[in-house]
Each structure stands twice: as structure tokens, then as C-alpha cells.
Design a protein around this ligand. Structure first.
Ligand SMILES: Cc1ncc(COP(=O)(O)O)c(C=O)c1O
Length: 469
């Protein structure tokens, strides 16, 4: 006999297989009318390889009504070629790309396969600079303040390896940060002699307050503190740090210090970038590092370091740049290439350029859908999930309900079950979540703009019936 879980699963399979009457063209044209006009890049030779298969990859649209003038999320969802028999609630891990990005990668791949050298010669520098400009526009900084890297991990590694973390200075970070920040700091400090101090900001993430977090950080800044290394959205609990409030509280301390002694505020921003409707000046930190292959749904193997000019002045590149305009001239002429810039912080070498160049389309896609709409959709679905979980006595939610302290990650425990056990049971129901790779492991479900309210309700239904057997 089918269990409750099985019948829900079958219902989903049925939905997915139904083929659902709306055509791709109808959805696309409806949405085009509602989207702000952003011209996709044109290429006269370009034939959209997806056109022929679009009908097969269309997802089941949500039955949710679309208010007049609002974003058509069914159209947005239809930009992906996911396996729609799965409910993917793992946008925080690794991106699959929307059509605009897939097509750009494909176009460049075909160009490179036809003639790698000539295709590269004419395009590389302008296309990398276009990607930097697109990232800059997205986050309201100049293109020259953007470095292109391959991931959050490589960006964080390059950032801290390049800092003057000499003996007698310290970096302040927290016990809540991820392995990547901790390990990059450990390696940098071991080379340079600085110390790294980790503080705890709260005992229970779900009850944390902005005042408590800001107070703990500011109370721990010492005369020797030169760097504050934090994470925008914690990937263990989903807590979103109040970056602006921390930056504001840090400002009077820094105002008393000489420029090179100021506390440089550096953020692993990967789980806010592509979700939150903000910019670097609005956030107020000095440097933000983010992979573009998670919430931004950009090409896999891409990321950015976005810094203020004051921050670049505190960092030295580690990997030789091919992008800085005078890189080879300085080498041949035997002179110093000058101050650090985003171009000089962009590692050189030949790369998977079709991915690097298609970063531009990832930023265009987000702009086309709208940063505000994406934030609202992601937070709205996360709020629905949190509310549902908070009403289940066997589940303890770790992510704050307050949207000032949370973004798209929803973390929780299920009584009597390990996080890995819950993730396994969810997978058996075609729901893709993950367990946080921290000392204390929580289950994470992370809705994104590709999900529907039906996806959330399906996951809630699965979790409602999940108890120890
Ligand atoms: C907070 C945080 N930073 C960095 C990473 C790694 O990101 P990337 O794949 O861009 O290096 C993760 C995990 O995926 C993470 O949770």
C-alpha cells in the first residue's frame, strides 16, 4: 500500500509528466511584455539550440495567480532546463544556468572550438571587461574595482593571501564563519605572523538580535585589529548578518585611525549576492567576495571580488594578471605595474573563457528579472517555508524569522533524526536539500526564484510526516 509520502511523490510525478498546456512561446511573450527591457546580446550567427527542445523542458507552471504588472514567475522558471521531476531547493550550492547564460556559453564555446586563437584574440579583453562592468553596474561600483575569480573560495584565498597581516596585528572573525574564511585566514596568518581571533556572536541563531551582534563585534575590536572577516549569510544557520549596521558602528573607530591601520571590513557575500536587493555602497563593507555560480545562477567556475579603492590599497595580487593594461609592458620594461586594481587582482592564465565571458549575461538576466523582484520572491518563499516549519513541533528552526536577519537559506533540525538522514529521506521524495558541512550539521532548504509555492508546500508536507521510524 502506498504511504502518504509515496502518494505525494506520485502526485508530483503526475504533475510533471502532464506536459501542461501552456506553450513556451506564450509564456515567453507574456513575460517579455512585463519585464523591463534589457537587450540580450546579439550575435548574427546565433541559433538558439534550446528552441527545438523548449517544449520538452518547460516546467510545470505554478497555479498561483499573477497580479497584473507583476513578474511572471512561471516564465522565469521556464528559463531553466532543470529536471522538473525534482524539487530543487539547493540554489545555495551549485548553479544551473538560465537560457540566456546557457546560450552565451554555448555561443562562445562554438567560437572557441572553431578557432580558439582568433576567437580569443578579438574578444578576450573586451568580454572580460564587459563582465567586470556588468558586475560593477549590478553592485554599483566601477568596473575597475571588480576582479574576476573562479569562486568564492579562490577570491577569499587571494584576498587574505594578499593582505599585510604582519606579526602584531590581528584579524577578527567569528565561530559562525565558513571553513573557507577560517582556512584562508589560517594560511595567511601562518605566512605573515598575524593572529586570528574567533568570537561567538550568539548562542541561538534563531533568537539573535542586531544589537547583540553589532555590540559583540564592536566590543571586540582591539587597537591591533586590522581586518574584520565576516560572512553575509551564514551557510550553517541561514542567519544574515547586519552588514550595514556593523559598518556604521565601525566608522567612528576607523575615523580615529591612520588609513593603513583601519579595520578593513571583508565579507564572504556568496549567499546574499544574487538574492538581496542592495549594492556595495549600501552594504558599507570594504570588500565583498562572491561566487557567481550559486544564487546568481551564473556560469560554473566564476566569481568576483568587489572592493573599494581603499581596500585595494591594502591588498597585493598573488597570481600574475593578464588583464591589467600595463601588465606585460611593466614586465618587459622592468617597472612596477602600479597600485592594485580589480584587473591586477584578476588571475591571468588561459581559462574556460566561455564561462568567464558569459558572466555578463548572468548579471543581465538578474537585471532583467529585477533585483527587487528576486529578493521579494526568494524571501517570500523562504518565509512561507519558515512559517510552515515553525508550526511543526518536531522541527526546530535555526534561521531567524526576521527578514532583516535572513535571506534565502532555511536551516532546521528534525527531532530524532540526523541532518544527513533527513536529507536522504527528502531525496527519496525527489526534494533536493543539503546538510551544512559544519561541526553542528543542520538541514538546509534554500528556495530561489525558480521555485513555486507548490514546491514549498510539497516540502512542508514531506517534513510534516517525517519522524523517526
Ligand atoms: C559561506 C560560503 N562561502 C563559500 C562557499 C564556497 O563557494 P564557492 O563554490 O563559490 O567557492 C560556500 C559553500 O558552498 C559557503 O557556504
Amino acid at each position: 500500500m502506498a504511504t502518504g509520502e509515496d502518494s505525494r511523490l506520485n502526485r508530483r510525478r503526475l504533475l510533471t509528466g502532464a506536459g501542461l498546456a501552456l506553450s513556451a512561446a506564450t509564456l515567453a511573450s507574456t513575460a517579455t511584455a512585463q519585464q523591463p527591457a534589457v537587450e540580450p546580446p546579439t550575435d548574427p550567427d546565433f541559433h538558439d539550440p534550446d528552441e527545438t527542445t523548449a517544449a520538452q523542458v518547460q516546467p510545470p507552471p505554478s497555479a498561483e495567480p499573477i497580479p497584473k504588472g507583476a513578474t511572471d514567475w512561471n516564465w522565469v522558471r521556464g528559463q531553466w532546463a532543470l529536471d522538473w521531476s525534482l524539487v530543487d531547493l539547493s540554489a545555495m550550492l551549485f548553479a544551473s544556468n538560465p537560457r540566456l547564460v546557457r546560450n552565451a556559453i554555448d555561443r562562445h564555446r562554438r567560437g572557441l572550438d572553431a578557432s580558439p586563437v582568433t576567437y580569443l584574440e578579438n574578444r578576450n579583453r573586451p568580454l572580460q571587461n564587459a563582465a567586470r562592468a556588468a558586475a560593477g553596474q549590478y553592485f554599483d561600483v566601477k568596473a575597475e574595482d571588480v576582479a574576476l575569480v573562479e569562486s568564492t573560495t579562490s577570491g577569499i584565498g587571494l584576498l587574505y593571501a594578499g593582505m599585510d597581516l604582519r606579526y602584531g596585528t590581528e584579524v577578527l572573525t567569528t565561530t559562525h564563519d565558513y571553513y573557507v574564511t577560517h582556512e584562508a585566514l589560517r594560511l595567511a596568518a601562518a605566512r605573515r605572523g598575524a593572529s586570528v581571533r574567533k568570537i561567538t556572536l550568539f548562542d541561538r541563531s534563531e533568537d539573535a538580535t542586531i544589537d547583540q551582534i553589532v555590540g559583540r563585534i564592536i566590543g571586540n575590536i582591539r587597537p591591533e585589529t586590522r581586518v574584520l572577516a565576516l560572512t553575509w549569510v551564514h551557510s550553517s544557520t541561514g542567519l544574515k548578518m547586519p552588514i550595514r549596521a556593523i559598518a556604521d558602528a565601525l566608522a567612528p573607530i576607523n575615523a580615529q585611525r591612520a588609513p593603513l591601520d583601519r579595520v578593513l571590513f571583508c565579507v564572504d557575500g556568496v549567499h546574499g549576492f544574487g538574492v538581496e536587493n542592495t549594492t556595495l555602497p549600501q552594504l558599507g563593507c570594504d570588500v565583498l567576495v562572491a561566487g557567481c555560480h550559486k544564487w546568481l545562477f551564473g556560469p560554473r567556475g566564476t566569481g568576483v571580488i568587489i572592493g573599494s579603492p581603499a581596500a585595494w590599497a591594502r591588498v597585493t595580487p598573488t597570481v600574475p594578471s593578464f588583464l591589467a593594461p600595463n601588465a606585460y609592458g611593466a614586465w618587459l620594461g622592468g617597472y612596477d605595474p602600479g597600485p592594485t586594481t580589480g584587473a591586477r587582482m584578476t588571475p591571468g592564465g588561459f581559462k574556460a573563457f566561455e564561462h568567464v565571458w558569459a558572466m555578463t549575461e548572468a548579471f543581465q538576466f538578474h537585471t532583467m528579472v529585477g533585483k527587487q523582484a528576486i529578493e521579494g520572491r526568494t524571501q517570500g518563499l523562504a518565509a512561507r517555508l519558515k512559517l510552515g516549519l515553525s508550526n511543526m513541533p518536531h522541527i526546530s528552526l535555526k534561521t531567524p524569522m526576521d527578514s532583516r536577519l535572513s535571506a534565502g537559506i532555511v536551516s532546521f533540525d528534525v527531532a530524532g533524526l540526523s541532518a544527513d538522514g533527513v536529507v536522504r529521506r527528502l531525496r527519496a521524495l525527489n526534494i533536493i536539500g543539503s546538510a551544512a558541512p559544519y561541526a553542528t550539521r543542520h538541514v538546509r532548504l534554500t528556495p530561489s526564484m525558480r521555485n513555486t509555492t507548490e514546491d514549498i508546500d510539497y516540502a512542508l508536507g514531506a517534513l510534516a510526516g517525517m519522524t523517526r521510524r
